[in-house]
Write a protein of this length. Structure first.
Lengths: 110, 114
């Protein structure tokens, strides 16, 4: 499974945008970029995914570099509820399992 | 909103005992998974299940583990003879279809082996 690199932790303030980076320099052409998050004492929760183009949904935006070797998850206006561990995961076309790394622990200050 | 339900939320068992962790996936989903997370560590894939058979399993999923979908709604993980190192959070997940779709996770069962 292709590897991703994320900062161990990040901190931001409530109501400000947050940009969570992910490097995946060995990504292959058929790998999708998925983001999940895990709130304290809960199971992982899907956030967003994409292949080449930037994606938006009600939770976040995903900005994918043109060479696809990095991506950024954007939370447009962080709330205290967004404090979680965020995982950037590469998932090959047709793959079933998700391979979780250590993720980025995001702290939101009030 | 549909959700994956897991029971019990916490199970304590003695070493060597058998445990069954239960999950009710989202009703129209076809792909089912178990993951585990030892305290302070990564979420690890255990097994995937489709069309009433295991489609993939990890090295962790040895002969002590088994999965079953006994009645078309429940999805269970059995650990035959628990060890101390089986203590972890166990998460069930389901997908509507294969590949790049959203996986829905349950809230987990905390298994404590004493």
């Amino acid at each position: 499974d292709a590897k991703t690199t994320q900062p161990n932790s990040m901190e931001s303030n409530e109501e400000e945008p947050v940009h969570l980076p992910c490097n995946h320099s060995t990504i292959s052409g058929t790998d999708y970029i998925h983001w999940y998050r895990q709130l304290p004492s809960q199971g992982p929760e899907y956030v967003i995914h994409g292949l080449t183009s930037n994606v938006n949904n009600r939770m976040a935006s995903l900005a994918i570099a043109e060479d696809r070797k990095s991506s950024t998850l954007i939370l447009h206006r962080a709330t205290l509820r967004d404090a979680a561990v965020y995982y950037c995961i590469l998932r090959a076309q047709g793959a079933q399992k998700l391979v979780f790394g250590q993720g980025t622990r995001l702290t939101i200050n009030p | 909103e549909p959700e994956v339900t897991q029971t019990p939320s916490h199970q304590v068992t003695q070493m060597g005992q058998e445990v069954i962790l239960r999950c009710v996936p989202i009703s129209n989903h076809l792909y089912f998974y178990w993951y585990r997370q030892i305290l302070g560590q990564k979420v690890e894939f255990l097994v995937s299940f489709y069309n009433n058979e295991i489609s993939e399993k990890s090295e962790i999923f040895d002969d002590q583990f088994s999965v079953e979908r006994p009645d078309g709604s429940n999805f269970t993980l059995k650990i035959r003879s628990t060890k101390l190192e089986d203590s972890a959070m166990y998460f069930c997940a389901s997908n509507l279809r294969q590949g790049n779709t959203e996986a829905f996770f349950g809230q987990g069962t905390r298994l404590t082996v004493v």
